[in-house]
Ligand binder design. Structure first.
Ligand SMILES: NC(=O)C1=CN([C@@H]2O[C@H](COP(=O)(O)OP(=O)(O)OC[C@H]3O[C@@H](n4cnc5c(N)ncnc54)[C@H](OP(=O)(O)O)[C@@H]3O)[C@@H](O)[C@H]2O)C=CC1
Ligand SMILES: CC(=O)C(=O)O
Ligand SMILES: [Mg+2]
Length: 412
């Protein structure tokens, strides 16, 4: 067994199994404490909440609690390995919520037969939480699940693999194109993958200026084009009226490659066909569409990003979901809308261009970091991210009319 694999297993097994636990936030030491915490005292907040559901935000942990919910159908790039196997990833998301944004989070892995069964399971427990982060649910079911839950629930529902990924990708992409001297309006974009992450990333890039007809999306069958008869509703949105059929056809002269598909799917020969000064985001986890070492061997004019922590330029939704939920929860937003997503993109972009705190350099074992080819996006451990992104998101929620608290919280 490799040293890294053993260390990863030990990290999860020790000192106690898993990565999260529940801790008490009030005293429970004596008879008086118990009389308040449990019977008879607990009856008082029960009656308050029965009379006014909003009182749950005052008397329970609801307002700072996010459920991370999966069915394990698209666990990272590992595929459909079932709900229980997704638990380490979901506990990991809960760890990140707490570590980076002080949000209490619990993972829930749902076994289900039909899509409706999953939707109703989540809808039936939603009131217990301040928000729901859907994770690693494959396309196309993820689109219906998210839309239906938004309709049925009064709290923010956010499919992280769609929107968290799209927000971080858009911020990193706009910065990378700026460094390469390219305009998003003109960019020829190849998107490998046509699932949850791919569709959301392309839709957000279009909102940021990309031209739909300059996007070439690929799934397992190749280029998605108008003469294919097997396309789902969401793939249809990216059907290009083109004669190009293969990865080589679309990579020739392309400015951007975004991989949100699977490991080692981009061959060096295809990378070599791209236009000068390309941007290559190989975001499949844990193994990217092309390894950075290999990509850099093929050409020296590219900006390269992956979803991993152990290479420069980590384009990963961890840079978004803790902070967008922090902002949403703090003003009790009823949803996470486009204005809040765009605010998160802009906040991420602007932090990237400012001097990097020493604590980030120390945590990264790096002497220097400044905006450029190897630093297009902040590092997840950057302490500025929470305040900057959450503030921007909370303001956008207020301005777009989805906040139930109209004043910015005093800790901002
Ligand atoms: N860095 C980050 O922050 C994130 C990275 N990701 C990564 O993106 C990938 C996809 O995740 P997600 O969108 O949630 O999963 P989905 O299951 O929703 O989508 C997977 C997509 O990849 C396509 N695909 C798989 N194999 C190939 C292949 N050999 N050639 C072309 N396309 C292929 C599938 O094609 P088809 O439609 O034909 O089945 C499908 O469209 C994963 O590797 C995941 O780790 C996801 C979210 C965040
Ligand atoms: C990062 C992430 O959410 C994924 O790869 O699925
Ligand atoms: Mg995911």
């Amino acid at each position: 067994m490799s040293d890294f694999r053993q260390r990863a297993l030990d990290y999860h097994a020790l000192p106690t199994p898993g990565k999260i636990k529940v801790e008490l936030s009030t005293a429970a030491e004596n008879v008086d404490d118990l009389a308040l915490a449990y019977s008879p005292g607990v009856a008082e907040p029960v009656k308050e909440i029965a009379a006014d559901p909003n009182a749950a935000y005052k008397y329970t942990a609801k307002g700072n609690m996010v459920a991370v919910i999966s069915n394990g159908t698209a666990i990272l790039g590992l595929g459909n390995l079932g709900p229980l196997a997704s638990k380490p990833v979901m506990e990991g998301k809960a760890l990140l919520f707490k570590r980076f944004a002080g949000i209490d989070s619990i993972d829930i892995e749902v076994k289900h037969r039909t899509t409706e069964e999953f939707i109703s399971t989540v809808a039936n427990i939603a009131d217990s939480f301040g928000g729901i982060n859907l994770e690693d649910i494959k396309a196309p079911e993820c689109f219906e699940i998210e839309q239906e839950l938004i309709k049925r629930c009064k709290i923010p529902i956010f499919h992280d693999d769609q929107h968290g990924t799209a927000i971080v990708t858009a911020a990193g992409m706009l910065n990378a194109l700026e460094i390469q001297g390219k305009d998003i309006n003109e960019a020829r974009i190849v998107c490998m993958g046509a699932g949850a992450a791919a569709v959301a990333c392309m839709e957000l890039l279009i909102k940021c200026g990309a031209q739909r007809e300059k996007i070439y999306m690929l799934d397992r069958k190749g280029v998605i084009h108008t003469r294919r008869g097997d396309l789902t509703e969401h793939k249809m949105l990216f059907a290009n009226n083109t004669d190009k059929r293969t990865i080589e056809d679309v990579m020739t002269g392309a400015d951007v490659f975004l991989g949100v598909s699977g490991p080692d799917l981009l061959q060096p020969e295809s990378l070599a066909l791209m236009a000068p000064n390309p941007v290559v985001f190989a975001c499949s986890n844990p193994d990217p569409e092309i390894k950075p070492e290999l990509a850099h061997e093929v050409r020296d004019d590219l900006i390269m990003a992956t979803g991993r922590s152990d290479y420069p330029n980590q384009v990963n939704n961890v840079l978004c979901f803790p902070f967008i939920f922090r902002g949403a929860l703090d003003v009790r937003a009823t949803e996470i809308n486009d204005a809040m997503k765009v605010a998160a993109v802009n906040a991420l972009r602007s932090v990237s261009k400012e001097p990097v705190p020493q604590s980030v350099l120390d945590a990264s074992n790096i002497d220097n970091l400044s905006f450029g080819r190897d630093y297009i996006i902040p590092k997840p451990m950057d302490p500025r991210l929470c305040e900057r992104i959450a503030t921007a998101v909370a303001k956008a929620a207020i301005n777009s009319g989805v906040a139930q608290i109209d004043e910015m919280p005093s800790h901002y």
